[in-house]
Design a protein around this ligand. Structure first.
Ligand SMILES: [Fe+2]
Length: 161
C-alpha cells in the first residue's frame, strides 16, 4: 500500500482499528464455548486484555483529533468478525492470527503515513510524537500477538503429523 497521503484515509483506518480492537477484546468470551487447553486460555486472555488497552489508546487519539467515534461497523468490515462456533481451536487461532497480522500491517501503514497528513490530524508536535510512540507500541504488541497465535497453530500441526 502506498503511504497514506490524505487525512480521510488516516481517519478511516483509525476508526477501523477502533472497531477491530473492540472485537478482539471480546475474544475471551469464546473460552467457555470452545474446548481449549490451558495454554490457549492464557493466550486468549493476553490477546483480549491487550486489545482492550489498544482500544482505549485508539479512542484517545480519535477524541484528540476530533475524529468521530464509530457507533456501528465501519464500511469494509464484517458485522461479526469472529464466529468460531463450528471451528476447532486450531482454526480459531489461525483466524485470530490473520487479524493480528492485519492489525500490525495497518499500524505500520499509519506509522508510515505522510507526516503532513499526521500533522493535519494532530497539529501539535508533542501530540504527534506521543501518537507515533503509541503506534510503535501497538506494532510491537501485534507482532507478539501474531507470534503467540503462530506458535499455537504450529503446535497443533505437530500433534497431527
Ligand atoms: Fe492484537
Amino acid at each position: 500500500m502506498p503511504a497514506i497521503n490524505d487525512k480521510t484515509t488516516l481517519e478511516n483506518l483509525l476508526q477501523k482499528m477502533y472497531w477491530i480492537e473492540a472485537e478482539m477484546e471480546q475474544l475471551g468470551t469464546w473460552e467457555a464455548r470452545i474446548e481449549l487447553m490451558d495454554e490457549n486460555i492464557d493466550a486468549l486472555e493476553i490477546l483480549s486484555h491487550d486489545s482492550d488497552k489498544h482500544w482505549s489508546i485508539i479512542k484517545k487519539w480519535l477524541i484528540r483529533s476530533n475524529t468521530s467515534i464509530p457507533e456501528s461497523t465501519p464500511p469494509g468490515l464484517q458485522k461479526q468478525a469472529f464466529d468460531f462456533e463450528d471451528m476447532s481451536a486450531q482454526e480459531m487461532f489461525r483466524t485470530i492470527m490473520k487479524y493480528e497480522i492485519l492489525a500490525k500491517n495497518v499500524y505500520e501503514d499509519i506509522k508510515g503515513a505522510d507526516p503532513g497528513v499526521i500533522k493535519q490530524l494532530l497539529h501539535s508536535d508533542e501530540d504527534i510524537s506521543d501518537f507515533l510512540n503509541d503506534i510503535d507500541q501497538l506494532i510491537k504488541d501485534e507482532e507478539k500477538h501474531a507470534s503467540i497465535c503462530k506458535r499455537i497453530v504450529g503446535g497443533y500441526q505437530k500433534i497431527m503429523y
